[in-house]
Design a protein around this ligand. Structure first.
Ligand code: AMO
Length: 440
């Protein structure tokens, strides 16, 4: 390597966590953040941390005065690289220590730190988010994002295996999909446009293209008024749409995707799960399916009245969750409570083929079978006070041969929240956007 900024042997860098007593006698290159320095006068111990773990470098003043002086001057969280000999040691906690022959300071850290990654005390969510890059150096925070990546890996692998084609649809759009209230308007040259709330309309248009099974993972934007531990203004939506399928078929896909996400976590992020103290037990399939009407009956048993068509309040959902396993579907929602694209049940049109997947009282997925008849779709738009003209580009795809289809949208952030057992969805997003936050 001919880069004066980096040590020649940096390409041979070993993850700190991969080094063990078995490397005794060998020479290794490590690089990472200075977690701690203990200077005992004649001997100093420098702990260096990277994503995989920590190593301790032992520096003897007499043997290497220059390295000792450099190590002693390092501020916490500075970035260093070292070339060192591995030596088995009964005294060191890890069963070995590293004796450096070279030590380089690659990036000094200022002091004091706005947040101490190695501090034992917890960090307030606000402080953590304001200093996210430092917060991520804390093993607990890092673990959440290693889990998030493993979850998405499992989702992707399962959908690929089931022959879904990954697509990307526009995020600058002309119409709402999930109701006008939560739209972010933007100026698009001479016209008004919006940030997309969901890939809904585009994934449905693609059902008229012959792609048949599509999926997407991407940002979705909602101008939510709520400032809760579940709502974000920018979230990551995992969407599928499937031709020649009904609500039951896509619920099956969702069940398998959930199982795959959990399998992937256990397989690819076992250490991260351990760091978070999470034990995952994949659920028994099929998951229970209870109807909206059944939910109303359960609420009534607790003297809570839910009028038909009303959304289920947190209070009601908590009461229902008490009687069911963690994950369950609520099916057959009232047509009026669901978007225009959801298909009403033919012999009971006030009910629809919409479902939600719940984790206790939290909704993590919505989906359903769609209206694919263009006349009915126009009527549904009108019934919901929307202007079919504004949806002309969408309706067009239903006029020239549209297969029956169904799909769902799963919030990646909420999925991570429940699988990592965190409390606030902001903990599961690198740089969350909420009512108060647009930096960092
Ligand atoms: P829905 O609006 O229910 O359905 O959204 C689907 C899922 O996306 C997640 N989600 C959110 N996560 C964090 N913050 C938010 N503000 C937020 N809003 C939604 C949730 C939710 O279950 N087009 C339909 C899906 C479909 O029918 O295919 C839709 O967007 O986990």
């Amino acid at each position: 390597m001919t880069n004066d900024l980096l040590p020649d042997d940096i390409a041979q860098r070993r993850p700190c966590g991969s080094i063990g007593p078995g490397d005794d006698g060998g020479t290794v290159v490590v690089a990472g953040f200075v977690e701690d320095l203990r200077n005992l006068g004649n001997i100093a111990f420098l702990t260096v941390r990277d994503r995989s773990g920590k190593v301790q470098l032992t520096l003897l003043k007499k043997k290497m005065p220059e390295l000792f002086a450099l190590a002693s001057s390092l501020s916490r969280e500075s970035v260093v690289a070292a070339t060192a000999k591995v030596q088995r040691s009964e005294k060191a906690n890890a069963g070995f220590e590293l004796l450096p022959s070279q030590l380089r300071l690659l990036g000094a850290a200022e002091s004091p730190l706005p947040l101490g990654p190695a501090d034992a005390v917890g960090v307030e969510v606000e402080t953590a988010l304001n200093n996210r890059f430092l917060d991520l150096r804390r093993p607990q925070t890092m673990a959440v994002f290693l889990c998030r990546a493993a979850i998405l890996r499992g989702v992707r692998e399962q959908l690929q295996q089931e022959d879904f084609i990954e697509v990307q649809t526009p995020k600058i759009v002309a119409t709402a999909t999930e109701g006008g209230a939560g739209l972010f308007p933007m100026q698009y040259f001479e016209r008004k446009a919006y940030l997309n709330q969901s890939p809904q309309l585009y994934k449905q248009i693609l059902m008229a293209s012959g792609l048949d099974r599509v999926w997407e993972v991407g940002p979705a934007f909602r101008a939510e008024e709520h400032n809760t531990t579940r709502h974000l203004n920018e979230f990551t939506s995992i969407d599928i749409e499937m031709a020649y399928a009904d609500d039951e078929a896509v619920m099956g896909v969702l069940e398998r995707v959930l199982q795959a996400a959990m399998r992937s976590l256990n397989e690819h992020a076992p250490d991260a799960l351990r760091t978070l103290g999470v034990t995952l037990v994949p659920p028994q399939l099929p998951l229970p399916r209870i109807t909206y009407d059944h939910c109303r009956a359960l609420a009534a048993k607790r003297d809570i009245t839910v009028a038909f068509g009303e959304d289920l309040s947190m209070e009601v959902l908590r009461a229902i969750a008490d009687e069911l396993p963690d994950l369950y579907f609520i099916t057959r929602w009232p047509s009026a409570a669901k978007p225009f694209y959801i298909r009403p049940v033919p012999d009971s049109p006030q009910h629809s083929f919409a479902f939600d997947l719940q984790y206790r009282e939290k909704e993590i997925t919505s989906g359903g079978q769609r209206v694919h008849d263009v006349g009915m779709l126009q009527q549904r738009l009108l019934d919901q006070g929307l202007d079919p003209e504004a949806f002309a580009y969408y309706l067009k795809a239903f006029r020239y041969g549209m297969p029956p289809h169904a799909g769902w949208g799963l919030g990646a952030d909420r999925l991570t929240l429940i699988l990592t057992q965190r409390e606030n969805v902001r903990e599961c997003v690198l740089f969350p956007r909420d009512r108060e936050r647009i930096v960092p």
